[in-house]
Design a protein around this ligand. Structure first.
Ligand SMILES: [Ca+2]
Ligand SMILES: [Ca+2]
Length: 173
């Protein structure tokens, strides 16, 4: 009987937290703030290292080719109120050898590092694009910079697009 009571109280405690909690009536309405929108940064539109490659299936028809130690930088503005943006990187990486580590920094602060994957074989694979998550960044209204750096691997990855998606944008069809 005592154990049963313990279990039921444990369940009562666990259920709301496991679901992330219910929306509190005291929370500010989301409609009060201007909704944030998706920020799409073409690899080829950034500044820094790399060379532009034409790829028919890439966003904008182009990528930026980066080798080990090379980096690309973008400056962009966020107009809406502060929001948590999910950052993702779309790239191609034809299978050559070892994979590269892609590191992201936002406003000078390390955001994530991940090992990329092969997007296909060593020829056609360069025109096949995959998207990987690269962390979440809280951004206030104003200007920001994002830097992508490549290290290790066989020396080749092509960055097509860096996308920052605010939470609400995922709900819009
Ligand atoms: Ca590679
Ligand atoms: Ca592109």
């Amino acid at each position: 009987m005592k154990r049963l009571l313990l279990w039921s109280s444990a369940l009562l405690w666990l259920v709301p937290t496991a679901c992330g909690g219910q929306a509190s009536p005291t929370q500010p309405s989301a409609a009060a703030a201007p909704s944030a929108s998706v920020v799409a940064l073409e690899g080829e539109a950034g500044t820094g290292d790399g060379r532009i490659v034409e790829r028919s299936r890439a966003s904008g028809g182009r990528t930026i080719h980066l080798g080990p130690g090379e980096r690309r930088r973008w400056t962009f503005a966020v107009g809406a109120a502060a929001a948590h943006y999910a950052v993702s990187v779309t790239y191609s990486n034809g299978k050559e050898g070892e994979n590269e580590v892609i590191s992201m920094r936002v406003d000078g602060v390390s955001l994530s590092s991940f090992l990329n994957r092969d997007s296909g074989d060593s020829t056609e694979g360069w025109n096949v694009f995959v998207t990987d998550p690269a962390g979440t960044s809280a951004l206030r209204s104003g200007s920001h910079t994002i830097v992508l750096e490549v290290s290790g691997g066989d020396g080749c990855v092509e960055i097509d697009l860096v996308t920052l998606t605010p939470p609400a944008a995922g709900l819009v069809p």
